[in-house]
Ligand binder design. Structure first.
Ligand code: SAM
Ligand code: SF4
Length: 463
């Protein structure tokens, strides 16, 4: 088990710069349109030819929400028009069939996730139809041993919905909360009571969901150290198995709705640091382990166990178990990772629909990793998931001399070592407790595409 991270404000302030969150490597910025539907189909077929084909993980993007939260950076469609959403399901059904044809039928779906938007925007019969079709096209588990999860907005979900979801085969939920303080909730246009949230958690416990996760955001307007500590105390009392405390990414030029947030209401950098420091202390005292990059989990949670057993990975949903799976993304903007490549679906609803209606997968860009990309992907994944890297392990997997291959990178890491972020030995790299909160800065050194500094403005900051 890892030691708790140590909070060193000077170090954090010095390294606080924009950078990727490494939910993929290379990041989506590198995806290009030469990688098209044809390339995708070719690569999908290749994954069936492995001696033991990987199990599958299915991600469904269900983008609709009935109201907008002003901070939201997710890819969502705000609408009151339920017909609009029904139409989406029609072409999603078609897309599922197109994808399912590419993969051998015996490949087990170990992991399944409905994300959004707000998946429960759909009614029970629509959700049932979607799951039924998925089961008929893919090899889903029937023994409740798969990891089948859904993102829930407690404002769009009652106890009947929870029971129905359990019957459909879901066994894990994550709930958006963000902040319980009413002034903050008003400032972000998301009024959600503790009672509402607690009712969903209670219903999920009654229905024997195996894991409950809660999302919070720090850095929202009108937050202060005391108010956020109060929210965190209330959340801990609800005893979630996992917690994600995201750093608010305020990029109003990219996410127009964020213009509704008054800049002068945002907490300043020192308040955000203070909030973060408190979070780590409060959660550690309450028995949560810092997994890394915004994520915390109880010591007996699968994610903590996967971290201990080195069976964790990072993907577009954050840290996750089942590193062995090929991930298929369905729905607008969804990202697929299969074999040695990434592929992304069209963002635009109409373009997506018209591709699917003409029996074409809606892939518009992607990336095929070469040997150097795969090596760097492995190194970054090891560091971001386990806070350490074993040179021997990398050398055996990729047949390189690590210290030679990464000579230039190691010169920069030596400076980071002088700053106390990490320790270099003949055997490998170990991130120090003070370096844990800055782990992505270490990963950035191995990212060969980051050198184009002009691109850096598109990423959010570390803290
Ligand atoms: C798709 S939403 C969750 C499901 C559901 N729509 C809800 O809001 O309850 C995923 C999570 O992303 C996080 N999020 C959204 N916008 C963010 C931003 N600008 N910065 C940091 N986190 C953000 C929120 O914590 C949110 O719960
Ligand atoms: S935070 Fe959730 S509910 Fe709010 S707009 Fe974003 S996706 Fe929709």
């Amino acid at each position: 088990m890892q030691a708790d991270p140590v909070f060193e404000p000077d170090l954090i302030a010095r390294y606080d710069r924009a950078g990727p969150r490494y939910t993929s490597y290379p990041t989506a910025v590198q995806f290009h349109e030469q990688f098209d539907t044809e390339s995708y189909i070719e690569n999908a077929h290749l994954t069936n030819e492995n001696l033991v084909p990987s199990p599958l993980s299915l991600y469904f993007h269900l983008p609709f929400c009935s109201t907008v939260c002003y901070y939201c950076a997710c890819n969502k469609i705000i609408t009151g028009n339920r017909r609009h959403a029904a139409n989406y399901l029609d072409f999603l059904h078609h897309e599922i069939k197109l994808q399912a044809k590419l993969f051998d039928r015996d490949r087990v779906v170990e992991q399944l996730h409905w994300g959004g938007g707000t998946p429960t925007f759909f009614d029970s019969s629509q959700m049932q139809a979607l799951m039924r079709l998925t089961r008929s096209e893919f090899n889903l588990r029937n023994d409740d041993k798969g990891e089948y999860s859904i993102e829930l907005d407690p404002r769009e979900c009652d106890s009947d919905t929870i029971e129905n979801l359990r019957l459909l085969g879901f066994n894990r939920i994550s709930l958006g909360v963000q902040d319980f303080d009413i002034a903050v909730q008003k400032a972000v246009n998301r009024i959600q009571s503790e009672e509402q949230t607690y009712a969903v958690i209670e219903a999920a416990r009654r229905a024997q969901f195996k894991s409950i996760s809660i999302d919070l955001i720090y850095g929202l307007p009108l937050q202060n150290t005391a108010s956020f500590a109060e929210t965190l105390k209330k959340v801990i009392a609800m005893q979630p198995n996992r917690l994600s405390i995201f750093n608010y990414a305020h990029m109003p030029d990219r996410f127009k709705v964020q213009k509704q947030i008054k800049t002068e209401d945002l907490p300043d950098a020192s308040t955000k640091l203070e909030i973060m420091k408190n979070n780590i202390q409060i959660l550690s005292d309450a028995g949560y382990i810092y997994i890394g990059m915004d994520h915390f989990a109880k010591a007996d949670d699968e994610l903590s166990l996967a971290q201990n057993n080195k069976a964790m990975t990072r993907n577009f949903q954050g840290y996750t178990t089942h590193a062995e799976c090929d991930v298929i993304g369905l729905g607008i903007s969804a990202i697929t990772r299969i074999g040695d490549c990434y592929a992304q679906n069209l963002h635009d609803l109409e373009a997506h629909q018209s591709a699917v209606n003409s029996n074409t997968l809606p892939v518009f860009r992607g990336f095929k990793l070469d040997n150097d990309d795969l090596l760097r992907q492995y190194v970054i994944n090891q560091i971001i998931c386990y806070f350490e890297l074993d040179y021997q392990d990398v050398q055996e997997r990729y047949l390189i001399d690590f210290q030679n291959y990464f000579y230039n990178e190691l010169q920069i890491l030596k400076l980071m070592q002088d700053d106390g972020l990490l320790a270099l030995t003949d055997a490998g790299i170990a991130i120090t407790p003070a370096g844990r909160l800055l782990v992505r800065n270490v990963c950035m050194i191995f990212d060969k595409y980051l050198k184009d500094s002009a691109r850096q403005g598109i990423f959010s900051k570390s803290i």
